[in-house]
Ligand binder design. Structure first.
Ligand code: FES
Length: 319
């Protein structure tokens, strides 16, 4: 088990709805000890009932290490993890939680921030705004896009005086045609660092509109790797070092799917590049890393086979 995947059992000390279909969970150490520190914007792997791992942003105060807070959107048509977490896990039960990881950190160089959140994408941004409020030095503004007031997590909190003039909430009533036009926000680069988290169509639109901003000033969080095929995805080969077999990975299949098709068993859980369980050694070749868990120093000799692909024609895997 990799260091990034070490689990600790935490007790659920609070559970309550923060919007329609969005449940907040508070987690504490069973003996009241401080939890591992995290920076605003971090996410952590959580083992849901049934054993799968899912990544959730820590949405609480990064300065309060007596507890973690996550908010989970109950996806009735999802893979089942969020539904079971919301429906089955009760106060007093324990959940296995991994170490926080952060690929969405507040830039220490930025003097002002623009946050764009869509739906449950508010979670890492709430933690960032808490940190900036406590710091009291740097300006920020949130544009928060939701379907309606009932589906707006932390709505009362964002209407409180400390957020006056800092938060703009827009409801689209579920109709894309009523979505807010964000172009005026992006037309001129203001010097702010922009952080966007939400559904893929929102992030794609924001990516298009911010294309003329400096790359170092735009940041995206996606609750997992983008698993959609890319236009230039191509087939490649994997050589399995231990058996000497060579397998063809088609352009529209992952390495994990190809291994399964050939009855080769590899641990997996999230299948979205976030849990760390499908890590395989890379002996030769250059990977196209698409996961969210490998550290930079692991990328030359490991890859996550659920999402990552190849830059070279052949990858030799240690399996
Ligand atoms: S199965 Fe979770 S990272 Fe691959």
């Amino acid at each position: 088990m990799s260091e990034s995947f070490a689990l600790q059992a935490l007790v659920v000390t609070q559970k309550h709805w923060v919007a329609r279909d969005i449940m907040s969970f508070e987690l504490q150490h069973p003996e009241g000890q401080d939890l591992p520190s995290f920076c605003a914007g971090a996410h952590t792997p959580v083992q849901v009932p049934g054993g799968s791992m899912r990544a959730y942003s820590l949405c609480g105060n990064p300065k309060d290490l007596s507890r973690y807070q996550i908010a989970v959107k109950r996806e009735a048509n999802g893979r089942g993890g969020s539904k079971r977490l919301v429906d089955e896990v009760q106060v007093g039960q324990q959940l296995n939680v991994g170490l926080p990881q952060n690929m969405f950190e507040l830039s220490p160089k930025a003097s002002q921030f623009l946050f764009i959140a869509g739906g449950i994408g508010i979670t890492p941004i709430r933690s960032m705004m808490t940190e900036l409020l406590l710091e009291g030095l740097r300006k920020f503004k949130l544009i928060y896009l939701t379907r309606d007031a009932e589906s707006t997590a932390f709505l009362n909190e964002f209407q409180a005086p400390q957020y006056q003039g800092k938060v703009q909430i827009h409801h689209d009533q579920g109709e894309a045609t009523r979505s807010m036009d964000l172009w005026p926000v992006f037309e001129k680069f203001t010097g702010a660092h922009m952080y966007c988290c939400g559904p893929q169509p929102l992030m794609d639109a924001v990516r298009d509109m911010s294309g003329h901003w400096p790359a170092s000033a735009v940041h995206f969080e996606s609750f997992g790797a983008d698993r959609r095929p890319k236009a230039d995805d191509r087939a490649f080969q994997v050589v399995l070092h231990r058996s000497g077999k060579t397998l063809e990975v088609p352009a529209d299949q992952s390495i994990l799917e190809t291994l399964r098709r050939h009855h080769i068993s590899i641990s997996s859980s999230c299948e979205s590049g976030t849990c760390g369980s499908c890590k395989v050694g890379l002996l030769e070749g250059v990977a196209d890393h698409r996961d969210m868990v490998l550290r930079d120093d692991e990328k030359s000799d490991h890859l996550m086979v659920c999402v990552s692909r190849a830059q070279s024609d052949v990858l030799v895997l240690d399996c």
